[in-house]
Design a protein around this ligand. Sequence first.
Ligand code: GDP
Ligand code: MG
Length: 177
Amino acid sequence: MSAIAKKICLVGDFGVGKTSLIRRFVDRSFSDRYLSTVGVKISRKLVELSGEGAQGSTSVQLVIWDLEGDTKFKAISATHLQGASGIIIVSDVTRYETVENARSHIDLCAKIDPKSWVVVALNKADLIDAEQMVKFTKLCNFTDRPLVIGTYQTSAKTGEAVDLIFQQLAAKMILPA
Ligand code: GDP
Ligand code: MG
């Protein structure tokens, strides 16, 4: 059985944990060191989906693009984002400005490809307390952005909600338009 292949891009400021989330999801591992990304790194993972929309069970080959951390985000990413069915916007909850930047990343992605679904990951959830997290989650309520499926608190370190964000995106992407 051959699976459909779908492209996913991770987008966010430098050091928010894009590479770490992919590592956790694909290799089931985590490193405390900064994993510098040069250019673009592409990973693949087969995901099985069942129920909701999938008749019986369906598999999707996720082709995951890790984009180099760069402050010149706008300049580098437009071409890389093309053809993506899903985008994960990543913020680091220990750096407020990266959470604020989520909205402009969402808008930029929507401009480049108004058809790709978006999930927001408030990453490094293991580093702040639950009360603070609630504040961030409220701030990141993107109900006015129809392409945003949801906002999730994640941790590449503990694995919290990491599989979930990729699965939520995959499930949306395979539904008929
Ligand atoms: P990128 O530039 O967005 O790809 O960020 P990296 O994945 O390279 O992560 C930057 C730093 O944050 C590294 O030192 C990681 O170990 C650390 N990091 C990433 N995700 C988490 C997390 O969920 N929790 C904690 N405590 N540290 C994290
Ligand atoms: Mg990286």
